[in-house]
Design a protein around this ligand. Structure first.
Ligand SMILES: *Cc1c(COP(=O)(O)O)cnc(C)c1O
Length: 438
């Protein structure tokens, strides 16, 4: 399969190149040249298939031409070492729980898949160690580090701003050891990002070591997120055990920041997944919401909110959605609805949902839940993504709900680990020298 750039000024890339490069030469995002429609009998029998079987069918449609069947199957099965169950919250509202992976957020799926696909390509070309550099303000670092943990042939350097990530986030990438090195930069997130960018541009350094990124816009990180939408459909179909008309009325609601997750769901829809419509739930960063209203896409500086993983003022994957629907505002706004919530509304939603149903929402999932409460029409069935476990935001959730959220064992294990990090200044010369000595 070939991949083109959303900016239209870069050479066509094969999967190998798209995965290793991440971003096209013209700084556009890679898009697959075609999206295969899955056959009717797949959807008819999907409720009898396991999550891994479903995911492999979807993966094969995208990657089957470029990755040998056995290898692809192993990548998919290794990636999905945990479940993404659909749970009823109330009436016609269900949650797709995406937080059962190692770092308790949905990014685990994409990060684990990408690590394994990158390893597959690296093994083909050389035995030289590949170094992944990633700058993080918190959650990306943990998903990437854990996704690559123990993957042979790849070393990961996670750069994070000293004192600016929460203790729970920090322990998820500083306690791993093995092929993961945490670098604690005396600066802010932008300094970390600048160090990474400078490293990619430094000729001498690139001569010395093979460097790559694990950016969230990478096709190997975003496309695999389609897996769990197909599985959600299967598990609902299984639960109701009928050729139910509700599947014409299924609404998928995705709490969105950079719009990678919802974009994967839209790709699923293009492959035939019977979802009637989508809702992108935003926090106060309402750029997409405004686009739906006005037809104008106007990026703004991001605002800090309670649902901080969605604090994005210029969502990168908008370019993919725009391209997917031929730049048509009419097509986009008839398929996707929007919603935007202030911190105060998020708090209120979390309290109300907890009182009414006993379900503990995290601040991101709360936007999704509320968008369904506000936007579901009679006869529709809504599913929202719970994108992170509430314990990841324990201080906030405890404070808002007046409870003591249980910390899952795998998170507790991180918190008991030994923190190991390399102190670093924000001066590129120091970072370069450190890498030259590796
Ligand atoms: C990354 C993230 C989001 C936003 O996902 P996008 O793919 O960037 O839209 C939402 N919730 C949580 C918890 C996240 O970590």
């Amino acid at each position: 399969m070939n991949y083109y750039s959303t900016n239209g000024n870069a050479p066509i890339a094969d999967l190998h190149k798209a995965v290793v490069k991440g971003l096209a030469e013209d700084r556009g995002l890679y898009m697959p040249e075609k999206i295969k429609q899955l056959p009717k009998d797949f959807f008819d029998n999907i409720d009898k298939m396991s999550f891994q079987e479903i995911a492999y069918t979807v993966a094969d449609a995208f990657f089957g031409e470029d990755v040998e069947a056995d290898a692809l199957k192993k990548i998919v099965y290794d990636t999905l070492s945990f479940d993404c169950p659909v749970v009823k919250v109330k009436d016609d509202i269900y949650t797709l729980e995406l937080f059962h992976g190692p770092t308790l957020a949905f990014k685990d799926v994409g990060a684990r898949f990408m690590a394994r696909l990158l390893q597959y390509f690296i093994r083909q070309e050389s035995s030289k160690l590949v170094n992944v550099l990633v700058a993080t303000s918190g959650d990306t670092g943990s998903a990437v580090a854990n996704g690559f943990l123990g993957v042979d042939g790849i070393h990961v350097y996670v750069l994070y701003p000293k004192g600016k990530v929460s203790p729970i986030q920090e322990c998820q990438f500083t306690t791993l050891g093995k092929n993961i090195t945490a670098i604690e930069v005396d600066g802010v997130f932008d300094d970390c990002q600048a160090l990474v960018k400078n490293a990619f541009m430094d000729a001498e350094l690139n001569q010395h070591m093979k460097l790559t990124s694990a950016n969230s816009i990478n096709v190997a990180r975003f496309l695999p997120q389609a897996f769990y939408y197909f599985n959600a459909y299967a598990r609902l179909k299984e639960k109701f055990n009928v050729q139910c008309s509700m599947f014409n009325e299924l609404v998928m609601c995705v709490p969105s920041g950079n719009f990678g997750n919802i974009c994967a769901a839209l790709f699923g829809h293009e492959m035939g997944l019977p979802i009637a419509r989508f809702i992108a739930a935003n926090n106060a960063n309402d750029i997409f919401y405004n686009y739906l209203q006005t037809g104008r896409y106007e990026p703004k500086p991001s605002k800090q909110t309670l649902a901080n993983a969605m604090d994005v003022g210029d969502p990168s994957n908008f370019a993919r959605i725009y391209d997917l629907y031929g730049k048509s505002h009419e097509r986009i706004s008839s398929l996707i609805g929007g919603a935007t919530y202030s911190d105060e509304q998020i708090r209120q939603t979390m309290r109300q949902c907890y009182e009414e149903t006993g379900y503990i929402l995290d601040p991101h999932g709360a936007c999704g839940y509320q968008a369904l409460v506000d936007g579901l029409k009679p006869g529709e069935v809504g599913v929202f993504c719970e994108t992170a476990h509430p314990a990841k935001f324990k201080e906030k959730v405890d404070d808002i709900l007046g409870i003591d959220v249980d910390i899952p064992a795998r998170l507790r294990a991180f918190m008991q680990g030994q923190k190991q990090s390399v102190p670093m200044t924000k001066d590129f010369a120091d970072f370069k020298q450190y890498l030259m000595n590796q």
